[in-house]
Write a protein that binds this ligand. Structure first.
Ligand SMILES: C[S@@+](CC[C@H](N)C(=O)[O-])C[C@H]1O[C@@H](n2cnc3c(N)ncnc32)[C@H](O)[C@@H]1O
Length: 256
């Protein structure tokens, strides 16, 4: 298994529970042109392509490494393309998409109104937005667990207040906004040490470990793993490390 496949699998451990609800909310039909924002390794991009059939799906991500991984994992998949770009400013074609989706790719914008305005501009009039974004903090164990070793990791909660989320989408010019919770359980690992290892190896976390002097990486990783092992104790069940996870499943429409 390649490093990209391993990392992509880790994203699935965390987020796979949201794929089916997201795609159901998106209502993609054959021929649709779909934009997948913050697509990461493209799992939902490829799933959308199966639904869009003769249509086409564009995966967008800020990270060149994620896009390279998405392209590698999508070899042989028809009607799928990927582009590196900041969704806040990327020059998507005006009205070029029938549907925009995102699984956990919209919480990192410095200016969320600008981002959703840009995404809305990329939708045709009447086009639909469907996103899954991290839900209420009290229903989500992972951000707090990761924050035990990486202060700032709870930045993923940026859109976790549904009133704020609705206001952002409204300010971006979208309408018919619906927000509903959807929950899943993350079976992270067998025990606390394995949970710490999972997080230290996960691409979403590695940036915290690699920031700083390279010669101190091993020590930094050991400190992080020790803190994560302690923090993971309280999620240790007879069934391994199990985390509560909840997302807001959001739909909206670009006015016709
Ligand atoms: C938690 S990952 C989710 C990836 C993927 N959607 C999934 O479900 O596996 C968040 C992704 O959003 C991307 N991202 C963050 N800020 C972005 C931005 N401004 N524009 C586009 N992508 C962004 C990151 O590079 C990362 O791949």
């Amino acid at each position: 298994m390649s490093a990209v496949e391993r990392d992509a699998d880790q994203y699935e451990v965390v987020s796979a529970g949201y794929t089916a609800p997201l795609l159901a909310a998106a209502g993609i039909t054959v021929g649709d042109r779909v934009l997948d924002v913050g697509c990461g390794y493209g799992t939902t991009t490829r799933a959308a392509a199966l639904l869009a059939g003769s249509g086409r799906v564009l995966g967008n991500d800020l990270s060149p490494a994620m896009v390279a991984g998405a392209r590698a994992l999508s070899a042989g998949v028809d009607h799928v393309a990927f582009e590196v770009g900041d969704a806040q400013t990327h020059p998507f074609p005006d009205g070029g998409f029938d549907v925009a989706i995102s699984r956990m790719g919209v919480m990192f914008f410095a200016d969320p109104v600008a981002a959703f305005t840009n995404i809305g501009r990329a939708l045709r009039p009447g086009g639909r937005l469907a996103i899954a974004t991290v839900g209420a903090p009290e229903d989500n164990d992972l951000p707090g667990l990761v924050a035990a070793a990486a202060p700032g990791a709870d930045a993923v909660l940026a859109l976790s207040d549904p009133a704020h989320l609705t206001a952002v989408l409204g300010a971006a010019g979208l309408q018919d906004i619906t927000v509903r919770p959807v929950a899943t359980t993350i079976a992270l690992a067998t025990d606390p040490a394995a949970a710490a290892e999972f997080i230290c190896e996960w691409g979403a976390f590695r940036g915290f470990l690699t920031a700083g002097p390279a010669e101190e990486f091993t020590a930094r990783r050991a400190v992080a793993a020790a803190a994560l092992t302690v923090a993971a104790q309280r999620f240790h069940t007879g069934d391994g490390i199990r985390l509560r996870s909840s997302a807001w499943l959001v739909t909206a429409v670009r006015p016709a």
